[in-house]
Design a protein around this ligand. Structure first.
Ligand SMILES: [Zn+2]
Length: 135
């Protein structure tokens, strides 16, 4: 598993007790894995944020929904926005549909396609939850 120092955000060995870079005591961080992952969405490297968006979707960390919505709307990096959009689909964040709809009509094709895909996933999911088949 990839672990991050929650002080300097560098990658560290998950067994490490002290960050080799900033020497922060990593055993003091009592947050859950979910909380740490959500915190890591603020990682300065876009590649890391992309990976964390994916991890959040894979791990179904539903409480990250609003953070993913924020990244999907505002992140300066296109690929982070795309990964956040995919994460919203993976988490089936029902209150993100208006954001997804807006982005799916936007000019950026990469983001529009990702938003449409997640919107489809969520719409399907919501239908199966309510047990109704709409036309
Ligand atoms: Zn550190």
């Amino acid at each position: 598993m990839i672990a991050y120092c929650t002080h300097c955000w560098r990658e560290v060995n998950s067994e490490a007790e002290v960050c080799p870079d900033c020497e922060a005591d990593l055993t003091l961080d009592q947050r859950t894995y979910e909380q740490k992952l959500i915190g890591a969405l603020a990682h300065p490297l876009p590649e890391a944020r992309v990976r964390i968006c994916w991890l959040i979707g894979e791990n179904r960390i539903r409480q990250a929904g609003s953070d993913l919505m924020r990244l999907a709307a505002d992140d300066p990096d296109l690929y982070v926005r795309k990964a956040a959009l995919e994460g919203l689909g993976a988490l089936c964040v029902s209150h993100s549909t208006s954001l997804l709809r807006r982005i799916s009509k936007g000019e950026n094709r990469l983001l529009a396609a990702a938003a449409r895909k997640s919107l489809d996933v969520i719409t399907r999911e919501l239908k199966s939850c309510s047990g109704k088949a709409e036309q």
